[in-house]
Design a protein around this ligand. Structure first.
Ligand code: TPP
Length: 1016
């Protein structure tokens, strides 16, 4: 029923603005109680401190009575007196006796009116509270005056406004049953004492009802709509009430008004300039939301004043060029030259369109005279995908400068209304906002709410009243503001920045605006939004409105205003002239995260060699010792874990390591070298397979934990290991952002099971795979993807290596690899599938020892099994080293494989007694493909036929990637046969028996030397 009504409301035609609708309003309000609202009560103080007249809801008296029954001293003495008399049988109206402490001479009133007086006060309090909770529903937020920002034209039934014909409305409300708590027109001029939960009185403790309503309207129903009463913290609610209720809070000095006008001039004239010069170019302009520029500048100024010296921004297309020009202050000629189709790219890679590129700029903030670094993170078209990346980068920068509270580094995220409501990544990112290892201590979110998404009307695009409701889950206050009132915009932005500085929590500024043109400048919006755009065509530009206001106030003269415009136009024209000299586009100039000192001055690696990834045995033994002990005193670990640690100790003594220990030694040795290591993902602390145990838990003390990895050496780098929220998209994006901040950290994200990375596919495709080629930005993130078909069913089995391989940029027909380093440098990412803990150890270490950074996707087997570790380098290929290798001429077949299937193959070969006849070679680094190492193997076994064997289905796994590359290696002189599972839609069977039958079948094929005789 509720849904039906809601949908009906959504589909109501566009209507004139609320403030122009007073005639129809009463009917609406009384007749259509469209939503049922629950009053939220939030007592931070004990009831004993609440005096007689300060109840805050309709059931207040009842609660007081219950509290009094339990303990008379628990309530205020006024209530105590009231209930005692009532219980003693005092008649209605005589129970109340005024205690002197009240200071209100109620006793002077005739007794029968006292109870009524209490009721009336409670009613007024309810009204005040109703405004605080629901006032935003009737605030005038839409500059066009045709839409309701909350998609609902109803006036909440518990609100009376001064534009109502008060007497009639009150009477109608009373008739309607709910009534207005007994208030009538006669109360309008009566004075009511104000509760402590409002600041509308300023210095006055009591006001006439008429004035109370007027002030509430001023605070909550003008151009700002404040949503905050869901916040379950009284101090925070009081803080916000104070900011919006105090009479006269929104005062601007002359200087501030002029600055604001100048910023509006820049924002507006920039778009106009682009339109004049390149009228047929897409730029996703800001027209209709020019107030965004002063909004952002205010947030930055205020934050700078509060000590912030680095702001990291994320935003999509809308208004991006304007932000670059007027907030970050990218040189205008650098922006303008990008419109030149003849401009050549100086850097390798595909580059990206101008409204996706990032930027990094350090400058003096003119308002605060303090240094500030502004970075805008490059992003793909995928809306909101950049959100967690910005958060990760922010967290990293906070981490590296020891900013544990977010006092120096902060993030600002810009959103579109449709994307903010529609994209799940927004929610995932919000859920990181208060987690210890992911918090950035408050983000200011700014929504460019132009009330449309491409061609889609918000009434069919979201189910929540506002596009911003997702922020309520983290108790972030939401300030909706009509952008045609730039002073209101600046005011809420100041409050938002102060909120962040005070509470270190997220906050949302919802800029309710319109989009002057189509989705881009080429689009015709009248096809789909005819009424809206008729209104937009008549709309006076906000700059003009504001300038006229200031001129009317005498704050600026027309001449000054025109001079300001001429000054900025001249700046644009001069930059335009200079932009003609730019012949080459340097994408490097658009880097959002420079790594000073890591590259040469012209951005090249300092060398093209990689030192050995091996480590002295003594050091490994030491790290192994830490891994198998509890380095703090009086710490009780679980008995099972004691056995695990003992087992590790035994392995170390045998100079062996399993997967957990191999990883431990890789991390530990890097930490000792001063390299920060951060491992994040679901349940990574213990490890999904209960093999890692990097965080020990005291069995007797809650939250007492120990991370032995942080006890390796006194001067080691810190190790961060953190269980994440149950998000892949958000957390992988976050870690990518963390890795972006510095090349000197090993940042790893582990998927719970490899296949779950597909819910983070956007981060993989758009950022990790193509990030460097689009934005000349390297990144060394490591993806750990548990993989392996073990009869566990279609899910949990395949990390989908075929997807990673399909997106590798190396050419199957061109042999590279003589220069393994060059090959690594040229690739877009590295894909490995280690078959031993030793190789896993080395590849992790190589990630840091390389003179450049590449993302690595590493699939790894789920079970742990011991392997000798103490080799000295990462082996891209492990050749046959057994019996077969001693007599190559006798080898009839060489089976190439990768990963753990090697062990199945080796076992089967032994069982079949084919150790002399069949060689097995493991390819551990699939991409870039080790042509240089495969070739000697092929040359060695000249007489052998070639088989690729994998446990994955034929259309999955590695076959399609490996086969053409092996063929190229031998110039297509021998075919590559396939021994693996048949093609299939699902990655694995759910039937254990079928799994084993399949396994046996392909192993039989792999070792049946006649199997391929019939094949050409
Ligand atoms: C994930 C994703 N889906 C679809 C699109 C295509 N698209 C580009 S802009 C846009 C509308 C966005 O609307 P809104 O978030 O309100 O921002 P606006 O363009 O109005 O500023 C759409 C659907 C996209 N870029 N990303």
């Amino acid at each position: 029923m509720y849904r039906l009504r809601t949908c009906a409301v959504r589909l109501c035609p566009l209507t004139p603005p609320k403030h122009a609708r007073s005639a129809s309003r009463q009917r609406l309000a009384v007749g259509s109680a469209q939503r049922t609202f629950q009053l939220i009560r939030c007592y931070a103080a004990p009831v004993s401190t609440k005096p007689f007249l300060s109840g805050s809801s309709s059931s207040y008296v009842e609660e007081m009575y219950c509290a009094w029954l339990e303990n008379p001293k628990s309530v205020h003495e006024s209530w105590d007196s009231f209930f005692r008399h009532a219980n003693a049988g005092a008649t209605l109206g005589t129970a109340y006796q005024s205690p002197s402490a009240l200071g209100v001479s109620l006793s002077a009133l005739p007794q029968p009116s006292v109870e009524k007086l209490v009721e009336d006060h409670l009613a007024v309090q309810t009204l005040i509270r109703a405004y605080q909770i629901r006032g935003h529903h009737i605030a005038q937020l839409d500059p066009l005056g045709i839409m309701d920002a909350d998609l609902d034209s109803c006036v909440p039934t518990d609100i009376i406004t001064s534009s109502d014909k008060l007497a009639e409305r009150m009477a109608a409300l009373a008739l309607g049953g709910g009534g207005f708590y007994g208030l009538t027109e006669s109360h309008l001029d009566k004075v009511f004492r104000l509760p402590k939960t409002t600041f509308i009185g300023g210095s006055k403790a009591a006001l006439p009802l008429r004035e109370i309503i007027r002030r509430l309207e001023m605070a909550y129903c003008q151009h700002i709509g404040v949503e905050f009463m869901f916040i379950n913290n009284l101090d925070q609610c009081q803080w916000i009430r104070q900011k919006f209720e105090k009479p006269g809070v929104m005062q601007f000095t002359l200087e501030e008004k002029r600055t604001l006008l100048a910023r509006m001039v820049r924002a507006t004239r920039f778009e106009e300039f682009l339109h004049r010069k390149w009228s047929s170019e897409k730029r996703f302009g800001l027209e209709g939301c020019e107030s965004l520029i002063p909004a952002l500048k205010t947030i930055i100024d205020k934050s700078s004043e509060n000590g912030v010296d680095s702001v990291i921004l994320g935003m999509s297309h809308r208004g991006r060029l304007n932000v670059l020009a007027n907030v970050i202050r990218k040189e205008l000629e650098q922006i303008f030259c990008q419109f030149d189709p003849k401009l050549e790219a100086a850097d390798e890679g595909s580059g990206d369109v101008k409204y996706h590129l990032g930027m990094y700029h350090r400058r003096i903030n003119r308002v605060t005279d303090r240094n500030i670094t502004l970075s805008l993170v490059a992003n793909p078209s995928h809306l909101e995908a950049v959100d967690p990346v910005v958060q990760g980068k922010t967290k990293a920068e906070q981490f590296y400068c020891g900013d544990t509270q977010g006092n120096r580094v902060m993030s600002v995220l810009l959103h579109g209304d449709a994307a903010f409501a529609g994209q799940g990544i927004v929610y995932e990112t919000f859920h990181l906002s208060d987690l210890p290892s992911y918090t950035t201590h408050g983000t200011v979110h700014v929504v460019v709410n132009n009330q449309i998404g491409f061609t889609t009307d918000p009434r069919v695009a979201r189910s929540s009243p506002y596009p911003t409701d997702v922020a309520r889950v983290v108790n972030a206050p939401i300030f909706h503001v009509n952008t045609d009132n730039p002073e209101a915009v600046v005011y809420v932005c100041n409050v938002a920045a102060e909120w962040r500085a005070t509470f270190h929590k997220d906050v949302v500024v919802d800029l309710v605006c319109y989009r002057k043109n189509g989705h881009n400048e080429m689009d015709e919006p009248m096809f789909t939004q005819p009424l809206m755009y008729k209104q937009i065509k008549q709309q006076k530009a906000v700059l003009q409105k504001y300038a006229e206001k200031l001129m009317a106030e005498g704050a600026v003269s027309r001449q000054e205003y025109e001079e300001e415009i001429a000054k900025y136009d001249k700046i644009c024209e001069e930059a335009y002239a200079r932009s003609k000299d730019e012949k080459i586009l340097h994408i490097k100039h658009w880097l959002d995260s420079p790594w000073p000192g890591f590259f040469t001055l012209d951005g090249q690696p300092k060398s093209m060699s990689c030192q050995s990834t091996g480590v002295e045995e003594e050091e490994l033994a030491h790290i192994g010792g830490v891994a198998s002990s509890v380095p703090v005193k009086d710490f009780t670990i679980h008995g099972g874990l004691t056995r695990v640690l003992r087992g590790r100790g035994a392995l170390v003594a045998r100079r062996a390591a399993d997967w957990a220990l191999g990883e431990y030694m890789a991390f530990g040795s890097l930490l000792k070298q001063g390299v920060h290591v951060r491992l994040s993902g679901q349940d990574v602390e213990r490890g999904t397979f209960s093999h890692r145990h990097h965080v020990l838990h005291d069995q007797n003390v809650d939250k007492r934990t120990c991370i032995p990895m942080n006890h390796i050496a006194p001067d080691q780098a810190p190790y961060t290991v953190c269980n994440s929220s149950l998000s892949e998209y958000g957390v992988l994006g976050f870690e990518l952002g963390f890795a972006m901040a510095s090349p000197d950290a090993l940042v790893l994200w582990e998927a719970q099971f490899g296949d779950f990375h597909n819910t983070a596919q956007c981060i993989i495709d758009q950022f990790i795979c193509a990030g460097q080629t689009k934005w000349v930005r390297q990144n060394g993130i490591v993806l750990l993807l548990p993989h392996g078909l073990e009869g566990m069913g279609p899910e949990h089995s395949s990390a989908r290596p075929e997807r990673f391989l399909q997106m590798c940029n190396d050419d199957p027909d061109t042999l590279t690899g003589d220069l393994a380093m060059q090959q690594l440098y040229d690739c877009n990412w590295i894909v490995v599938n280690c078959s031993s803990p030793a190789n896993y150890f080395h590849v992790l270490r190589r990630q840091i020892l390389l003179p450049f950074r590449k993302p690595v996707g590493t699939t790894k087997p789920k079970p742990s099994f011991p392997q000798l570790l103490f080799s000295t380098y990462f082996r891209r290929l492990i050749p046959e080293e057994g019996t077969a290798s001693h007599n190559p001429a006798g080898v009839k077949r060489i089976v190439f494989c990768t990963g753990k299937v090697y062990y199945d193959l080796a076992k089967e070969r032994k069982t079949k007694g084919l150790e002399e006849t069949v060689a097995i070679t493991r390819i551990e680094q699939l991409s870039p493909f080790p042509f240089d190492l495969v070739k000697p193997e092929l040359d060695k076994y000249q007489q052998a036929d070639l088989v690729w064997s994998q446990e994955e289905h034929k259309n999955q796994g590695y076959y399609d990637y490996v086969r053409p590359r092996i063929c190229s290696t031998i110039d297509h002189t021998r075919p590559v046969r396939y021994a693996g599972r048949e093609p299939a839609a699902a990655p694995a069977t759910g039937n254990k028996k079928a799994h084993l039958v399949e396994l046996k079948r392909f192993l039989d094929t792999a070792f049946n030397l006649d199997a391929f005789q019939d094949q050409p």
